[in-house]
Write a protein that binds this ligand. Sequence first.
Ligand code: XCC
Length: 667
Amino acid sequence: MDQAAQELLARARAEGVETIFDRAEKMKPCPIGIEGACCRICAQGPCRVPPPKKKPGEELPEEKKQRMGLCGATAETIVARNFARMVACGTSSHNDHSRGVAKLFKEVAHGRAQGYQIKDVTKLKQVAKDFGVALTEGEGEEARPRSVTAIAQELADKVLAEFGQQDGELTYIKRAPKKRQEIWRKEGVVPRGCDIEVVELMHRTHMGVDQDYKNIMKQATRCALSDGWGGSMISTDLQDILFGCPVPVAGEINLGVLKEDHVNIIIHGHEPLLPEMIAVVVQEPEMIQYAQSKGAKGIQLAGMCCSANEILMRHGIPCAGNYLHQELGIITGAVDAMVVDVQCEMQSLANVAKCYHTKLITTDPRARIEGETLHIPFDEHHALDIARQVVREAIDNFPNRRAPVMIPKASTPTIVGFSYETIRYLLGGSIRGSYYTLNDNIIGGRVRGVCGVVGCNNCRTTQDSAHLTVIKELLKNDVIVLSTGCAAMAAGKAGLLTPEAASQYCGPGLAEVCETVGIPPVLHMGACVDNSRILMAATACVKAGGLGTDISDLPAAGCAPEWMSEKAIAIGQYFVASGVYVLFGVTWPTTGSEILTEYLFKGMEEIYGGKWDFEPDPERMAQKILAHIDLKRKALGIDKARERVLFDMEMRRKLEAEAAAAEAAEV
Ligand code: XCC
C-alpha cells in the first residue's frame, strides 16, 4: 500500500530484479512448520505431527488425537519446544545486542573508546542508583560527589555482571510494580541472569529433557523476562547514557529522503554503536569536501529498520523505511553504500546490490553476508576511523552509479523521540512530572486506554496495512498508541507521527488531549529493544495511582499485527508475563497443538493476568483490543467515565493519596 514500494517494485519487475515480494508469491509456507508441528531436534526425524484433518463438529477417535514423534514426544511438547526456541533466539538477539552496548560502555568509562562520551549524566546517575552504585564518596561533612568516570566505571562492571550472573535476580526486576514481582517470585520465573536463561531453555528443549509443555513455557517465560526486564532494558538505558535520552525531534521518513545529487548511505540493522559514529563523520568538513571532489553535493545519511529508529529519535536523521523497504532502497539506484550490522538484514541484499552499484558493507563479525560484499568489522577502540573508512567507501562508489536514479517522491514529516522520561515530562505537566495526568485523562474517559502497536513487516501480508488499520481504529476510539520498530515507521510513513494527525484521526477525547499537550496520537518510542520503555511507561501508570496496583489492571494491550521475527515472540512473551493482553496477526506458531494454544490464550491469564491471542484480521484485532480495554475499565470502576467525569478537588486528593500509598508500598 506504500506508493514508494509500488513504484520500485514496478521497476524491479521491469528490470528482472527479484525481491522478497516475488518469492512470497512463488514459495508457499510449509503447512506443518507454520503450525509448529514439525520436530527436527534430533536425527531420527523430522517428525511431523500436524493436527488430523476433521470435518466441523466431528469427534476424532482417541488414537487419532494422540499424535507423537518417534521418541513419544507429544504434539504439545513438540510445539511448545518450537515456541520456546523462538523465545530463546529472540531473547538472545536482544541480550547479545545489550552485551555489546555494555562492553562499549565499559570502554567509554575507561576512556578507551574512540569518539564516544557519556552524554546523559542524569540518566547515568539514575541507573547507578538502581544498581546500588554510590553517587558520593566520603562520610558526613567530608561527603562529596563522585566523579562521573568513577560512577560509570563501577556501573559498567555491575551491568556486565548481569549477563553471567548465575543466581539471584536481575536488578531491573525491582523496577516492576511490587505485585508483579510477587507473581514472578511465586511462579519461580524471576530471571537470574541474561545468559543463563537462554542456555537453560535451549538445554531443556533438547531431545529427551523437559517433556511437560507447562514446564517448558515456565522457562520460556523466565527467559523472555530476562530480555524485557534485562537485556533490552539495559540496552535502552546504556544507549541513552552514551548517545542521549531521546526528546521530541523532527524527522522525515520513506525512500524520498534519499537525494539524487548526494552520496547516499543507508544504515540498516539494530545496534547504534557504529551508526552513531557515522552520523558524526558525515558532518566533518573534510568528508563533505571529499564527497564534493567526487561530484556529489553532499552526503545524505538515512536509516532502515531499528538502526534507523535509533538515529532518527536521537538526531533526527531521516529514515528510509522499514523491513520490507530494504531491497527497494537499493533498487532506487541511488544508494552508494548500505551498511549493515545485525538482525533483519535479508541475505538477498547481496543479489539486489549486484544489479545496481550499491556497496553492501557488513560491519559485524557475527553477521557476514556471502557474495560481493565488503566486510569492515566494527571495533569500538577505533570507531571513528572505521566510520570514516565506511563513509569513504560510499563516496568512492558515487561515480559508479550505472542505473538511472529513481527516487520516489515519498517522504513524510514525523515527530519522534518519546522516551518514557519525555512522556512523563510532557504529560506530567510542569508542576508534577509524572504519569498522573495521563491517568487522570484515562480515569476521566478522554483517553479510553493505551495500546502498544509494535513489530515487523511480514511479506505474507500487505506491507503496513494491518498496522495502519489497527492504529487508525484505536485512535478513532480514543486509544493512545505507543509504537516501536517497523510498526512505528509504518505509522510515520502514513503521517500518524505528527501532532496534526490528532484532529484528523482521533476521537474527540484523545484529540483534545493530544492538542493540549502538542503530541502526536502515536508516540514513537524507539527501536525494538525500546519496548522496555513501554514496560517502564506501564509501570509509571501503575505507580501514579488510580488505575489499580499492577500492569494487568491497566486498560491497556499490546499487538504486533505484522510480526515475523523470533524477537517478536520473545517480546510478546515478556509482555504477557508482565500482565498484558498481547495479540499477534498474520500466522500463529502453536496451532499444531490445541492444548498448548489454549494454555497460551487462556491458562497464562490465570497465572500472569496477561495472555496471548491471535487475530489475523486487523479490524477484528482492534475490536478485541477495545473490548479488553473496556473490560479493564469496568473492573476499575471507570467504565462510566466515558461520559467525562470532571474531577473535583476531593477526587483529586483521593487520587494523590492513592499514588502516595502506591509509592510508599514500593519503597
Ligand atoms: Fe526487524 Fe527491528 Fe521486526 Fe522490524 S520490527 S522487522 S524485528 S527491524 Ni523489530
